[in-house]
Design a protein around this ligand. Sequence first.
Ligand code: PBG
Ligand code: ZN
Length: 339
Amino acid sequence: MAAVTDRPVRLRRNRDNRHIRELTRAVRLHREQFIQPLFVVEGLAAREAVPGLRDVYRETPASLLRQIESDLESGISKFLLFGVPGTRVEPTRDLFISHTFTSARLADIRSRFGDAVWVAADVCLCSYTTHGHCGILTDSRDHVDNDVTVAALARAALEFAHAGADCIAPSDMQDGRVAAIRASLDGAGFERRALMSYAAKFHSAFYGPFRVAANSAPDRANTLKDRASYQIDPGRPDDALLAARRDAAEGADILMVKPGLPYLDVLARLSAAIPLPWAVYQTSGEQAGIDVLAAQNLADPVRAQLETWTAFARAGAQMIISYAARRAALYLDQQGTQE
Ligand code: PBG
Ligand code: ZN
């Protein structure tokens, strides 16, 4: 046998040209795996750009439908809807929070597009509350009351199911909400509606543009100033594993890691451990980072975007929630041509 040492192992043969790279690639992206977030805001005269994000808007009810139509033409048919009400309330355990604005938008989408679209409805209270927290506060105002909040979320989820949501996506990070929402959906005959849990959602600094878009930043003047007491600490990956296992046991159909790039290790580990479909949420702050680099000619937007999406697929995500989903088909067509 010839000595292996006198000739180098030529790994570069499989990188030599575009054709062999296409043939040997193990991780592939497809437009079918993308979900586009949408914001719809009550009381706007015209749609408004979201600061920091390219081609993302706070839509009016009418512009929302036009945007979905254009996204369908771009090959995107799955959406995650955030409804932003025009008035905020100081919710108490006795006050029923109205979700009629968002429900009406879901019903609009369903009657206009039928089953050509798949729509997940985000369920949370941070766009509804005066203090911007994801739930109802205790009387001391220094803590989100878990169980009172869960009951309110389950009512909202039921309203969204009635309005036609295909999937309910709770992002509040209270304990037990998956079981409560599943029970409320099943109790009303909505056994076929899916539940996507923001299971591994971290207390992150990469949510900035979203909070402007959804008008959902916690009020710094309040006793409880941030979401650290309900979102996962970045230094506690095991907490994410426990939450994901718990949500799977409570009946979640899809689990999510959020944000994406800073938590690729968590995505890889959890997706290997739990055989449910995994979603990753490339958050508004992550997207703004790419968009700023591209705007300053410091990165090629197509290559930067595809590189991050490839990382998500490599780490085990089947579906990718991205503000740039509406450019995915375009970018995928250009893959390899601009290298
Ligand atoms: C909270 C919620 C957040 C996002 C979606 N729902 C985070 C937060 O405000 O803490 C972030 C999404 C993004 O940044 O793109 N219910
Ligand atoms: Zn929230």
